[in-house]
Design a protein around this ligand. Structure first.
Ligand code: SF4
Length: 251
């Protein structure tokens, strides 16, 4: 086993409580919630069935799902199951069904492509080079995302400007580089505001957020972060990269 792969996510610091640690209702949050809802409503009217929420099942996306479901907006909710997610992440699917009565459509990679890749490059290929890591993301994320977005004119993401320097200029509504609109209704929310919303509306969330993982991706590629580290420092932590898998790459 390589040195990086011996840093398991389970080696995170003892669990805290994300709500207790981060939630802070700010004077502007009511207005931000209203604005986010307006963006979702406008997008739903403009795009109709062409609109989908592409949820990572991270806390930001859970907030957006809550906004959609509580206001009964007719927006489809989808996610990618890469085959490498934590069980805690997958456990959110039945919780969403139970809580909101909404079925999340799950897109998985092509099984044969995964088998061939793992057979050729190994199950830990992501640690060997950035190229192999991106190839893994291509098979497990990008290809299924393409199927998720096929026929859609717009998608909703939980991107926030605060998440990283690379996301500092995320727009509420922008061209995704492939002819679709990419809508990020809570782009201006802070981490404290996300958790204040979760607390107020009792939004289901991944318990791994209680283990200092603000950004949760595939299990082999996610670790807890230390105080002062960037939100996405725990993603592909062994790389000196922009911490993006291609889903939100700038064109
Ligand atoms: S995040 Fe890691 S395991 Fe998931 S698709 Fe990318 S390289 Fe593969």
């Amino acid at each position: 086993m390589s040195e990086v792969s011996s840093l398991p996510w389970a080696a995170a610091p003892a669990a805290g409580n994300a709500i207790g640690l981060y939630a802070k209702w700010t004077p502007t949050l009511d207005a931000k919630i209203a604005a986010a809802l307006q963006r979702l409503t406008d997008a739903s009217i403009e795009h109709g069935d062409g609109l989908v929420q592409s949820s990572s099942l991270g806390v930001e996306d859970m907030v957006i799902t809550d906004l959609i479901a509580r206001t009964q907006l007719p927006i489809a909710i989808s996610t990618l199951d890469t085959g490498k997610l934590h069980p805690e992440t997958l456990a959110l699917l039945p919780r969403i069904q139970e809580r909101y009565g909404r079925t999340v459509e799950v897109f998985k990679p092509v099984a044969d492509a995964v088998i061939q890749f793992v057979r050729k490059e190994g199950d830990d290929a992501m640690y060997k080079s950035i190229e192999l890591r991106k190839a893994c993301c291509g098979i497990r994320k990008m290809e299924p995302l393409g199927r998720m977005l096929k026929g859609r004119s717009a998608w909703i993401t939980g991107l926030r400007r605060e998440q990283s320097g690379a996301r500092g200029d995320v727009a509420f509504d922008e061209d995704d580089g492939n002819g679709r609109r990419k809508i990020s209704p809570i782009a201006d929310w802070t981490w404290a505001e996300v958790w204040a919303y979760v607390e107020k509306y009792d939004v289901p969330y991944n318990p791994l957020h209680d283990q200092f993982m603000p950004s949760i991706g595939c299990a082999p590629c996610t670790r807890a972060i230390a105080v002062g580290e960037d939100f996405r420092a725990g993603r592909w932590w062994w790389e000196d990269s922009t911490k993006e898998c291609g889903l939100h790459a700038k064109s």
